[in-house]
Design a protein around this ligand. Structure first.
Ligand code: HEC
Ligand SMILES: [Cu+2]
Length: 327
C-alpha cells in the first residue's frame, strides 16, 4: 500500500514538472527580461534547496547526533551565526542582486523604435492590430508575430470584461482592463513559436482562450507583413466565397478585398495561414475549418459565433475550401 502511495507521489511530481518545459513555459526565456527572470528563479530555487538541506542535516544532528554536536547546536555562537549572521548576509546579497536586475530591466535594450502591436481581449479570443508606417492597419487574431532583435511594445486593452494577457516565455502577465490601456514591453531574442493563455477568468470559454507568439527573423517578418497587408487571395466569385456572403458571415467577419466587412469576429483575410482557429483549439486545415463550422458550439461552448447547424455537408466542404485558401 505505502509502496503504491510513494510511486503515485513520484508520478504526480514528475507529471507536474513536465509543465515546466515546452511552448508555454516560464522557464523558456525568449526575451532578455524573461531570461533574467529564469536565471533569478534558478538561483532562488537552488539556493532555497541548499538551505533546506542544511537545515535538515542540522535537525538530524540535533535529534540523533553525538553529544558534542548537540551541545554545539545549543550554544549561543550557533544562534548568532546561523540565526542572525547567515540570514542577514543571504538576504542582503539577494536584495542587492534584485536591485541590479530591476535597474537592468529599465535599461538600454528598450531604446529605439519599438514595434507596436495592439491586442484587444474579447470574449473569448484576441484581436491583434498592426499599425503600418503609412498609417493603415491590418488585423489578425489569436496570434502575434514579431521579429527578434527589435523591442516590442504590446498595447493591451479589453473590449468587454477583464482578461489577462499571459505569455510566460516572454515573462509577461498583464491584465486587460476595460477603459484602460496597459503595456507590455520586451526584447525578443529567440526565433520560435510559444503559447500564451488568458489568465483571468472572463466567462464561459475562458479556458479556451489561448494564442501563439511567433518570433521570426527580421527578413521573414518583413515578408510576412507584406503578405499580411495584401488583400485576400481568393477570387470573390468562388462558390465558397458566395456562400460566405449568402450566409451572412460577412456581417461579423472581414475578408479584405471582398464585400465581407464585419468587425465583430476575427478578421479572416489570411485565416488559412494562421496557426489556429478558435483561439488555439483547432488547426487551420480543411478538417479544422469543417469542425469549427459544424460544431463550434460543442468544441468551444458559449463562444460568440452563432451555430450554423443548417449547413449541409456540401456547403461545409465548399466553405472550408474557401477558408483554407484564404492564406
Ligand atoms: C454574429 C457574428 C458572427 C457570424 C454571423 C459568424 N461568425 Fe464566425 N466568429 C464570430 C466570433 C465572435 C468568432 C470568435 C469565436 C471565438 O474564438 O471565441 C468567430 C470565429 C470564426 C472562425 C475562427 C476564426 C479564428 O481566427 O479563430 C471562423 C473560421 C469563422 N468564424 C467563420 C465563420 C463563417 C464561415 C461564418 C458564416 C457561415 C461565420 N463565421 C459567421 C462571429 C460570427
Ligand atoms: Cu479569460
Amino acid at each position: 500500500m505505502t509502496h503504491w502511495l510513494k510511486l503515485g507521489c513520484w508520478a504526480g511530481i514528475a507529471g507536474l514538472l513536465t509543465g515546466c518545459v515546452g511552448e508555454q513555459s516560464a522557464f523558456s526565456g525568449f526575451s532578455v527580461g524573461a531570461a533574467r527572470v529564469v536565471q533569478l528563479s534558478w538561483i532562488l530555487t537552488i539556493g532555497a534547496g541548499l538551505l533546506l538541506l542544511l537545515v535538515m542535516v542540522l535537525l538530524g544532528l540535533a535529534l540523533w547526533g553525538s553529544d558534542a554536536w548537540r551541545r554545539a547546536l545549543r550554544s549561543e555562537k550557533a544562534v548568532v551565526w546561523l540565526g542572525i549572521v547567515m540570514p542577514v548576509t543571504v538576504l542582503t546579497a539577494l536584495l542587492i542582486y534584485g536591485f541590479v536586475l530591476m535597474r537592468l530591466d529599465a535599461a538600454p535594450e528598450f531604446k529605439g523604435d519599438p514595434l507596436r502591436i495592439e491586442v484587444v481581449g474579447e470574449q473569448w479570443w484576441w484581436r491583434v492590430i498592426y499599425h503600418h508606417a503609412d498609417g493603415t492597419t491590418t488585423e489578425s487574431a489569436n496570434e502575434l508575430r514579431f521579429p527578434v532583435g527589435q523591442p516590442v511594445e504590446l498595447v493591451l486593452t479589453s473590449a468587454d470584461v477583464i482578461h489577462s494577457f499571459w505569455l510566460p516565455a516572454y515573462g509577461g502577465k498583464v491584465d486587460m482592463i476595460p477603459g484602460r490601456t496597459n503595456y507590455l514591453r520586451f526584447l525578443p531574442t529567440h526565433i520560435g513559436i510559444t503559447r500564451g493563455q488568458c489568465a483571468e477568468y472572463c466567462g464561459g470559454a475562458h479556458a479556451l482562450m489561448a494564442f501563439y507568439a511567433v518570433a521570426m527573423s527580421a527578413e521573414e517578418f518583413e515578408q510576412w507583413k507584406m503578405h499580411e497587408r495584401a488583400d485576400a487571395a481568393m477570387p470573390p466569385d468562388d462558390s465558397g466565397a458566395q456562400m460566405f456572403l449568402a450566409n451572412g458571415c460577412g456581417g461579423c467577419h472581414r475578408v479584405r478585398g471582398t464585400p465581407a466587412q464585419g468587425v465583430i469576429g476575427p478578421d479572416l483575410t489570411h485565416v488559412g495561414s494562421r496557426l489556429s482557429l478558435g483561439a488555439g483549439i483547432l488547426s487551420t486545415d480543411h478538417q479544422g475549418f469543417r469542425d469549427w463550422l459544424a460544431r463550434h458550439q460543442q468544441i468551444k461552448p458559449d463562444n460568440r459565433m452563432p451555430p450554423y447547424e443548417i449547413l449541409s455537408d456540401a456547403e461545409l466542404t465548399s466553405l472550408a475550401a474557401y477558408l483554407v485558401a484564404l492564406e
